[in-house]
Design a protein around this ligand. Structure first.
Ligand SMILES: [Mn+2]
Length: 330
């Protein structure tokens, strides 16, 4: 373990010194997770390296269009990966890589961790954690660019998807001038901007809109109009035949309400656990800290937790902490 960030040059040396790599990201992967894996993978492949890509829950069908998703494998408990170096990307804790993924790479001693979650405990041998970066994809672009690694079009499109989605289409306050410059560079490397954006943002299955209708029916605005929340029950998940990522990004509808500071999404999982996603629109309200009370974490303005059910109890416990965090904020 190292407490300091290793330099990009050190990571590049590790790449030059080895031939076989396995690239991982978190359970229930989003576009920053998958895009980071594939963005780095296409660059390593250009260098003639051998690359294995694993993800616990598989690639969500909504991201299947990203170049190279066919190569991503879902391990079972007997999978054993033969590689020299593990890259853990966009994953705040080791268990979040998933049980089967962890088992599959357990024999590999050399780990590199690249991430932007402030709560990351630096669980690898070499860590590069930058909580100022709005997306892991941005850190990876910086790394590839500064160490003169190849960035083929397939890398560029994956990194673009990673950065665009984690910044809310270059809108969140974490977005900087540098983020836009990187966006421009990625376009120069051949990102099909219209096509990729349409596939990312205008290509949802109808059941997602049915889900939105259900969520809107459960919408509550409380805390003097500062808190918006809604809930998704297993009954609805079953009835609409929802897939894991169908709700991805819908919380932005809650954020968009005038006067709302905090948005919270309560989702009942098939295990009976309650998955809580929260967003803050206000720098003074740290939802990462609120989620910390329940064993979760993430970023200041976007964080999550898993709570025990039933959903009503989780809801009232979590919202009580949110109201506390809002105390004294006008
Ligand atoms: Mn991310």
């Amino acid at each position: 373990m190292t407490t300091e960030n290793v330099s990009f040059a050190t990571i590049r040396e590790q790449i030059d010194a080895h031939d076989r790599f396995v690239l991982l990201s978190h359970v229930r992967p989003d576009a920053d997770a998958i895009g980071s894996q594939l963005g780095l993978a296409h660059s390593l492949l250009e260098l003639g390296k051998e690359v294995t890509l694993l993800t616990e829950d598989g690639v969500p069908s909504s991201l299947a269009f990203l170049p190279g998703t066919d190569f991503i494998k879902t391990p079972d408990l007997s999978t054993e990966i033969d590689a020299e170096v593990v890259f853990a990307l966009d994953t705040a804790t080791k268990p979040r890589l998933g049980e089967k993924v962890n088992a599959a790479v357990a024999g590999i001693p050399h780990w590199i961790n690249i991430d932007h979650h402030i709560t990351n405990p630096r669980y690898a041998n070499l860590n590069h954690i930058d909580s100022n970066a709005p997306a892991t994809g941005e850190i990876l672009y910086d790394f590839l660019d500064s160490t003169e690694m190849p960035i083929p079009q397939a890398s560029a499109e994956n990194l673009y998807a990673a950065i665009s989605t984690d910044t809310g289409s270059f809108q969140f306050p974490s977005t900087t001038a540098k983020t836009y410059r990187i966006g421009a560079s990625l376009l120069e490397k051949g990102v099909r901007i219209g096509e990729i954006n349409q596939l990312l943002y205008e290509n949802f299955p109808f059941r997602r809109i049915e889900l939105l209708r259900e969520l809107l029916n459960s919408l509550k605005v409380t805390g003097d109009g500062k808190v918006a929340s809604w809930r998704l029950t297993q009954e609805t998940v079953q009835r609409l035949g929802l897939e894991l990522d169908d709700s991805e990004g819908l919380i932005d509808h809650l954020r968009s309400i005038q006067g709302v500071h905090v948005a919270v999404f309560f989702e009942e999982l098939d295990t009976g656990k309650i998955r809580v996603s929260s967003r803050s629109k206000d720098d003074r309200v740290d939802v990462g800290q609120v989620c910390g009370h329940f064993g979760g974490g993430g970023h200041k303005l976007a964080a999550g937790a898993r709570m025990t059910g039933p959903i009503e109890t989780a809801e009232s416990k979590f919202l009580t902490q949110v109201y506390d965090a809002l105390e004294g904020i006008g």
